[in-house]
Design a protein around this ligand. Structure first.
Ligand code: AMO
Length: 440
């Protein structure tokens, strides 16, 4: 008999099925044993009656997380007993046979059968292989997978070529201190803190490139929005006239991602009571304008021309109130807070043709137009008090003719964190790495 998936059962009333999965929970009511069985497609109630002697004896042994195979008859649940909350809530399986495939060898450290786990973050992460099995926790990664798919599909539809760039680098090139050092045979090497230079090289080859890749950041942060290893959704595009075109492309990308998640992850969004507005016309304001708004409307003053996390939260509140948008672009960051490769603004070179994209209170992407002229780039490296000799290989890209170009880096985990309203970004990684955590 072939295995059926749990979500097929509502269409198989009156038929025999073979299911396989994990015991979510066992409940005994008088002589009856109830098992909630969980597989990749859902959860279903199974009932075992004493008359089925072998199955009943096996069922008495079962505890949460036993892995079993069960055969039985799909029945419609009596009216009052239906569970409206789940798609399989109207049926149950009357079990005839149970085969135990594997049993836990230890007491389970946490109970994961509840809808809402309500565990402390550290407990949730310490027991990750188990807590990830919880339906609601697992749903985060169903949404995450949909985001990755939507990003790939949209980028390809827009004629971007998918690339993979090296993560082991010979030098900590971008001049930041946030590189992890590793030993590479006889030498020292560094883990890439962005695919920046290679995606720009890619834009000089394929015109349009995108990458879904690991990013390593040696930042000693203890926040709800930083981890030390994350997955970046990067893009770079050539022959742009100005950096608005990059924002246009990113806006269309986000609109597509939101639409796809709404279409394909309705159940997961419902579990998190997540509300997503359709993306149409993301407001774009200069950073300096945003700072004025913060000052006037929220009484918040920044010491320098930059924005902090509270400012990001408030300006998103403003965008929601005034533009009915979950997103806002802040543009024209000052030169001193942007990397040396950022294109200075023509009208005022104290500022750059760059932007951040904020979503529900948090920066999820940075991007902008890059300097594509070799000499201008060398000068700008010096202006940033860096040594052009350290950028020999990067500068090669610009020696051979480079079109005007620009792009963005999007933090994939921050998107899912904000979409589902997760308290910490760490909940959006299967096995997060932070300053203290290198396991599991
Ligand atoms: P930036 O450093 O702003 O830009 O990074 C881009 C996006 O990556 C995400 N991000 C992080 N997510 C989790 N943990 C972290 N520690 C972390 N740091 C950054 C954020 C951020 O917006 N090269 C440029 C991009 C470009 O200009 O194309 C860059 O790396 O969502």
């Amino acid at each position: 008999m072939r295995r059926n998936l749990i979500n097929e059962t509502p269409n198989l009333i009156g038929q025999k099925v073979k299911l396989a999965g994990w015991v979510n929970v066992r409940r005994d009511h008088g002589k009856l044993i109830f098992i909630d069985l969980r597989d990749r497609s859902g959860i279903i109630q199974m009932v075992i009656i004493p008359d089925k002697e072998d199955a009943y004896a096996a069922a008495k042994e079962l505890r949460s997380e036993y892995v079993i195979e069960a055969e039985g008859l799909v029945k419609k649940r009596p009216g009052g007993a239906a569970n409206e909350k789940i798609s399989t809530g109207g049926v149950e399986v009357e079990v005839e046979k149970i085969k135990i495939l594997s049993a836990p060898t230890v007491e389970l450290p946490v109970d994961i059968s509840e809808d809402d786990l309500n565990l402390h973050l550290e407990t949730l992460l310490d027991n990750r292989v188990l807590t990830l099995r919880n339906k609601k926790v697992k749903a985060i990664f169903t949404v995450y997978s949909e985001i990755l798919k939507a990003y790939t599909d949209f980028m390809k539809a827009e004629d971007f070529t998918e690339i993979k760039t090296p993560k082991i680098l010979s030098a900590a090139t971008e001049g930041g201190a946030n590189f992890f050092k590793i030993s590479y045979f006889e030498r020292e090497a560094f883990l890439a803190q962005s695919p920046q230079f290679y995606k720009q090289a890619g834009a000089g080859i394929f015109e349009r490139v995108f990458e879904i890749g690991t990013v390593f950041r040696a930042e000693p942060h203890f926040t709800t929005r930083h981890v030390n290893e994350y997955t970046g959704l990067d893009a770079e595009m050539s022959f742009i006239e100005n950096f608005s075109e990059i924002m246009d492309e990113l806006e269309m990308t986000m609109a597509y991602i939101i639409k796809e998640v709404q279409k394909n992850c309705a159940e997961e969004l419902e579990m998190y009571k997540a509300e997503l507005l359709p993306v149409k016309g993301i407001p774009r304001i200069r950073l300096t304008e945003a700072l004025e708004i913060l000052d006037k409307e929220y009484g918040k003053k920044m010491e320098t021309v930059d924005i902090d996390s509270e400012g990001e939260r408030l300006i998103c509140e403003w965008a929601k109130k005034n533009h009915n948008s979950d997103f806002i672009f802040l543009t024209h960051y000052p030169t001193n807070v942007r990397p040396f490769y950022s294109m200075p603004s023509k009208e005022d070179p104290r500022f750059t043709e760059t932007f951040d994209l904020l979503f529900k209170g948090l920066e999820i992407a940075s991007g902008g137009q890059r300097i594509h002229d070799y000499n201008q780039l060398v000068e700008n490296i010096k202006k940033h008090h860096l040594n052009p000799d350290d950028f020999e290989h990067y500068l090669d890209i610009f020696k051979f003719g480079m079109p005007p170009h620009g792009g963005w880096g999007l933090g994939s985990e921050r998107i899912v964190q904000k979409m589902l309203g997760l308290k910490s970004i760490k909940e959006a990684l299967l096995f997060p790495r932070d300053v203290k955590r290198l396991t599991p």
